[in-house]
Design a protein around this ligand. Structure first.
Ligand SMILES: [Ca+2]
Ligand SMILES: [Ca+2]
Ligand SMILES: [Ca+2]
Length: 497
C-alpha cells in the first residue's frame, strides 16, 4: 500500500466482545479483546470500499468465531450469538433485525452439518450483480420445517426474496455453483432425510424464483469442471448395491435448462470413499480422482473423465471392467494429489525398499495417468509421517536405496539413507545422508554442529540434514536436499462436499 493511500486512512478501534461475538457490543460484560482495523475515511469511501469493509469485518468475525469454536475454548453461549453479524451498517442491522424476528417467532438456526459452507448465515453473490445476498438456514416447528431464506438488498436494505423449504432432519451441506455459466449460481442442497438417507436437490434461483432442477439420493457428492462443453458438474456417489460396484453420476445443466447425466462405476470392492480430487491427466484433460478404501484393507483409485455431456468414463478400470487394478495398494496413509504442483494429479504407488531389519521402509512412486489408463512415473518421494516431512528422491537413487530410523538420542529423530549392495550376510550398507528432526531445548545448537545444515525451522522442531558420504552412483548435495525437502501440510483437504 502506498504512502498516499495510507494517508487517506484512519485507524478505527473496534471493541470485539468475545462473550457475545458481536462487534461494538454494548453489553456490560468486561472487555476481553480489542483489535484495530485500518479502514478508509468515511467521507472518502466509495460504495466499493464500504462493501469491502463490511466483508472485511465479517471475515474477521467469522475467523475469530472459527478459532474459538475449534479451539474448544468457547466463550459464546449459543449459535445465535456465534453467527451474529457485525452491526456496523444499516444493511446488516436491518438483516440482523429480520433474522432476530425469525428466531423470536420460534425458529432456530440449522447450519449445514458438513462441507465447506457451514455458517448459519452465508454471504453469496447469487445473481452476479456485485452485491452479496445473505442466505440463512433455519428450522421452524411444523411440517417441512427446514427452510433456507435468501435475503436480497433492495433499496439499501435486506429483504427476504425467496425461501427454499425442505423435509428431513437437517441440512447436510450446501454449495453454490454456476453450472450453466449464465452468471447466476445454482444452489446445491443436501437434505439429511434420516440417519442413512440423503437427498440432493439442485435449485435454480434465477430472479429469486426457486425452481428445483433435480432431486436424487446420494451418499457423497462433489463439484467438478470436467470439460467446457458441459459447464460445471455435480457428481453424485452412491454406495454399492448388494452385489456390484458403487455408482457415480455426473450431472450437467444445459443451456436449454435441462439436466443431463451420465453414470459410471467405481471399482468393485470399494467400501468408503476417502478423497475426491479434481486435476489433470497427462493429456491435460480434467479428471476426477476418487480414492476409496478397498475390501478388507488397502486403497484404490478410480479416475473419471467426461469428454462431452452425457458421458462419464472410469479410465482405470481393468480389461474386465471390475476394478482399477493398477492403482490398488496396501499402504493407506497417502491419497492421490498433485505432488509436484504441475496441475496433474498423481496416484501414489508405495514400493518396499531392501530391508536392513524386520522393519519395512517404503518410498512412494507417484504415477500420472493417461486417458487410456496407462501411467508413467512422475517422481518418487520418501514420506516420513511420524516426523511430518517428505523428500523428493532423485532418479539416480531408484536402485540400491535403503532407509533406517535411529531414535536413540533424546530429542533427535534420524532417518538414514544408505546404499545397499549384496544380500543377506553379504549385504554392504554405506550411509550417505541423515535427516534429523530436532526437538530438544538445544535443538538450535545441534542443528549448527559441524556438517549439519538446516532444512526448515518449524518452531518447536528444527529439521536438519548431514551428508555422510559421497557414493559415486548415489549423488547427493546440500543444495539438492534443501530444495527437495518439504513439510507435510495439514491442509490436505479431501474435496468431499
Ligand atoms: Ca447479488
Ligand atoms: Ca447458472
Ligand atoms: Ca503433478
Amino acid at each position: 500500500m502506498s504512502e498516499e493511500i495510507i494517508s487517506e486512512n484512519v485507524r478505527k478501534s473496534y471493541h470485539f466482545c468475545i462473550q457475545c461475538a458481536i462487534m461494538k457490543c454494548k453489553c456490560k460484560k468486561p472487555p476481553v479483546a480489542d483489535f484495530v482495523v485500518r479502514v478508509p475515511d468515511g467521507n472518502k469511501m466509495g460504495e466499493r470500499s464500504r462493501r469491502m469493509r463490511r466483508k472485511q469485518m465479517l471475515v474477521i468475525l467469522l475467523a475469530v468465531c472459527m478459532v474459538f469454536s475449534c479451539s474448544g475454548c468457547l466463550f459464546v453461549s449459543s449459535a445465535e450469538e456465534l453467527y451474529a453479524l457485525p452491526q456496523g451498517s444499516r444493511e446488516y442491522m436491518d438483516l440482523q433485525k429480520q433474522i432476530n424476528d425469525i428466531l423470536e417467532s420460534g425458529a432456530e438456526y440449522s447450519a449445514p452439518l458438513s462441507g465447506s459452507n457451514r455458517q448459519a448465515v452465508q454471504l453469496q453473490d447469487l445473481n452476479g450483480d456485485g452485491t452479496d445476498e445473505a442466505v440463512g438456514f433455519f428450522t421452524s416447528s411444523g411440517e417441512r420445517s427446514l427452510n433456507i431464506r435468501i435475503f436480497q438488498v433492495r433499496d439499501g436494505k435486506y429483504d427476504c426474496a425467496a425461501v427454499i423449504e425442505g423435509d428431513g432432519t437437517a441440512i447436510e451441506s450446501v454449495n453454490y455453483v454456476d453450472m450453466d455459466d449464465d452468471g447466476v449460481k445454482e444452489m446445491v442442497v443436501g437434505w439429511q432425510m434420516s440417519a442413512s438417507v440423503r437427498l440432493l436437490t439442485i435449485y435454480s434461483v434465477r430472479d429469486f424464483q426457486i425452481s428445483p432442477l433435480l432431486s436424487t439420493n446420494y451418499e457423497k457428492y462433489s463439484l467438478a469442471d470436467l470439460n467446457a462443453e458441459s459447464g460445471k458438474n455435480v457428481i453424485v456417489y452412491r454406495s454399492a448395491p448388494e452385489e456390484g460396484a458403487p455408482e457415480v453420476e455426473a450431472y450437467s445443466l444445459m443451456q436449454d435448462g435441462e439436466i443431463t447425466s451420465a453414470t459410471a462405476r467405481l471399482s468393485e470392492g470399494v467400501t468408503t470413499i476417502v478423497s475426491i480430487k479434481q486435476g489433470k491427466l497427462l493429456e491435460n484433460r480434467q479428471a476426477v480422482f476418487v480414492d476409496s478404501e478397498y475390501a478388507d484393507g488397502g486403497l484404490i483409485t478410480d479416475i473419471l473423465v467426461s469428454e462431452k455431456p452425457g458421458e462419464l468414463l472410469n479410465v482405470t478400470l481393468g480389461d474386465d471392467g471390475r476394478r482399477s487394478e493398477s492403482t490398488l495398494r496396501a499402504y493407506t496413509s497417502v491419497y492421490s494429489m498433485d505432488i509436484n504442483g504441475d496441475g496433474i494429479v498423481e496416484v501414489p504407488q508405495p514400493r518396499e525398499l531392501p530391508a536392513q531389519s524386520e522393519t519395512v521402509y517404503r518410498v512412494i512412486d507417484w504415477r500420472a495417468y493417461r486417458k487410456n489408463g496407462a501411467s508413467e512415473k512422475a517422481l518418487t518421494t520418501y514420506h516420513n509421517y511420524s516426523d511430518g516431512w517428505f523428500l523428493r528422491l532423485p532418479d539416480a537413487w531408484e536402485n540400491n536405496l535403503t532407509i533406517r530410523r535411529e531414535d536413540s538420542v533424546s530429542g533427535e529423530r534420524t532417518i538414514i539413507f544408505s546404499k545397499i549392495t549384496g544380500e543377506g550376510e553379504a549385504a554392504r550398507i554405506e550411509d550417505f545422508l541423515a535427516v534429523y528432526t530436532l526437538t530438544g531445548d538445544n535443538r538450535m545448537e545441534r542443528s549448527q554442529t559441524e556438517g549439519c545444515f538446516v532444512l526448515k525451522n518449524a518452531g518447536t522442531s528444527i529439521y536438519a540434514a548431514r551428508i555422510l558420504s559421497q557414493q559415486t552412483d548415489m549423488p547427493v548435495s546440500q543444495e539438492y536436499v534443501t530444495q527437495n525437502f518439504e513439510l507435510i501440510g495439514t491442509d490436505w483437504t479431501n474435496g468431499i462436499a
